[in-house]
Design a protein around this ligand. Sequence first.
Ligand SMILES: Nc1ncnc2c1ncn2[C@@H]1O[C@H](COP(=O)(O)OP(=O)(O)O)[C@@H](O)[C@H]1O
Ligand SMILES: [Mg+2]
Length: 240
Amino acid sequence: MALKNAKIITVTSVKGGTGKSNLVLTLASEFSSRGKKVLIADFDLYTGAIAMLLKVDNSGNIFNFAADLMSNTFDDARDYIKKYNDLVDVLPAPRDPRSISKIDVKYIDLLIKKLIHLYDIILIDTNHMVDAVKLVSMDLSNQILYVMTNDIVNMRNMKTMVSIYKDMDKDNFSIILNSALGNLSYNKYDVRNVIGTDVDYVLPKRTYNRNIQKNILEGLLPEATKNDEVIKKIVDDLLN
Ligand SMILES: Nc1ncnc2c1ncn2[C@@H]1O[C@H](COP(=O)(O)OP(=O)(O)O)[C@@H](O)[C@H]1O
Ligand SMILES: [Mg+2]
């Protein structure tokens, strides 16, 4: 099997519930429809939902990897991965949130580095907090996607994050305004004026999915044939 060298993409936000996990699943469906081998790594460790959303078992996970390495029973990084289909695998979040404080973040870095040669794309789902897990994920990433809605709190917090990036001279991030979940009051130009940088992509209202609860119960990735042109554009840009 030829060795790959995955492009690592972190999907994050400065506020909860902006549609990150849904975007991760949609991107996974689009990448895999183009024949890319994808790993979805769920690093929203406390409230991770990917295993549940795709109905894969979460018995092996990042916590077991750390435990096995420490007890010298580690064998193969693939033991902690669950297969969703031929092109999409999942690294689930730990089953028991109480186990998370016992995980040293260095294991996250180690496991991703052991898996990077098996995939074309590693999509990291995160929560909205800036903690050690997030910092490791960002460091590993080629590109960071911020998913935001257009409410005031979200815009103000995004402005702070944009200034931090500017201070660090980092520009490997894109801003995605999720209009499917926001309100109608502010458009991408208003958002730009508040946050101090351009919005790179807008997920339009038409991407609101009325059947999302039904899809969740089915445990399936969104159908790639239904992916919006904005999703296709994001994936084109990420592949270039
Ligand atoms: N495009 C969409 N259409 C309809 N509902 C959505 C859409 N994206 C997300 N949701 C719903 O909004 C809520 C938050 O989405 P989620 O992807 O879990 O956000 P996050 O991962 O940022 O917390 C969930 O209940 C989800 O089912
Ligand atoms: Mg989520």
